[in-house]
Design a protein around this ligand. Structure first.
Ligand code: NAD
Length: 291
């Protein structure tokens, strides 16, 4: 009974991601059989952030599983902004590269905004370029930020109706919270965005029919904060001292109250990677239009 109860509450990002990647892999195979090229993702990593290495490794595995080529630029910690910008410029013009990502965070002396803007908007498969965020806001999305895009696909796969839903997002970062708010707004939700200056956080969370949490604090949101039968999306990835990975929501408490909840790991993380590969395929077709 316990297992059945759990299974029917989980939004299984891992399973959906596997499905999406296998259909992506079919598409890539078909393209190749028609004499077109496989998409190719350029991954730039600067310095030695341990978590970044793990994320990059996962992305490379996902590329391999879906037939997307990849090139890794593993640059030393002391790389200058200028060197990084020169590499990006070269990749922008390289016709064999469909998409470019720069793994964040960058060393503190590198101007991250400048780097993001330097990537061609049509190769910006992370969807962080001001052009792509502007298109999302105007409801003409092109390359969409991967984590929110992955979450929307997960919600749609479970036929969760977003129209008129009271949706609350905790966290307002450029890469998760903000684009998530726009995605939900574009899908007809009524959206509230909370952040570190929000005063009545618990009250607002209590009203959420759909809650997305991206704060980067282990088990920050408690079960008692939730509205009964809320849908809970936990974006957080936090490593505890004992080595285990937990989200930003206290899962064991929240699962008792929620209608649906994403597990960590196995929820949002794999969906983010699937969205990255979908974007890379889209970027390849944008590239072909211009050749
Ligand atoms: P961030 O640090 O850039 O932003 C955190 C946000 O939380 C900020 O807007 C801040 O105002 C807000 N916040 C902080 N403390 C708060 C508090 N006490 N009350 C209310 N709001 C508060 O983080 P991020 O890059 O958005 O990432 C958030 C988490 O999501 C991290 O754990 C990160 O590892 C994870 N993440 C996961 C994926 C994935 O694919 N699953 C992708 C990106 C980030």
């Amino acid at each position: 009974v316990e297992k059945w109860f759990m299974k029917h509450k989980l939004l299984d990002g891992k399973a959906l991601s596997n499905e999406l990647m296998s259909s992506l892999s079919d598409t890539v195979k078909l393209r190749v059989s028609l004499g077109k090229s496989a998409p190719c993702l350029a991954i730039i990593m600067v310095g030695n952030v341990e978590a970044s290495r793990v994320y990059v490794k996962n992305k490379i595995v996902a590329c391999k599983n879906s037939g997307v080529h990849n090139v890794l630029y593993d640059l030393p910690e002391q790389t200058s902004t200028k060197e990084l910008l020169n590499l990006i410029k070269e990749l922008n013009f390289n016709e064999s590269i469909s998409g470019i990502i720069v793994q964040l965070p960058l060393p503190k002396w590198i101007d991250t905004d400048l780097v993001i803007k330097a990537i061609s908007a049509y190769k910006d498969v992370d969807g962080f370029h001001p052009y792509n965020l502007g298109r999302l806001i105007q409801r003409i999305p092109l390359l969409r930020p991967c984590t929110p895009y992955g979450i929307i696909q997960l919600l749609k796969a479970y036929k969760i109706n977003l129209k008129g839903k009271n949706s609350v997002i905790v966290g307002a970062s450029n890469i998760v919270g903000r684009p998530m708010a726009i995605e939900l707004l574009n899908n007809g939700s009524t959206v509230t965005v909370c952040h570190r200056f929000t005063q009545n956080l618990k009250e607002l969370v209590k009203q959420a029919e759909l809650l997305v949490v991206a704060v980067g604090k282990p088990q920050f949101v408690k079960g008692s904060w939730l509205k009964k039968d809320a849908i809970v999306i936990d974006v957080g990835i936090n490593r505890l001292e004992n080595g285990s990975i937990v989200g930003d929501v206290d899962f064991s408490e929240a699962v008792e109250i929620a209608q649906y909840i994403t597990p960590v790991p196995g929820g949002v993380g794999p969906m983010t990677i699937a969205a990255l590969l979908q974007n890379t395929l889209l970027a390849q077709s944008l590239l072909e239009e211009t050749l």
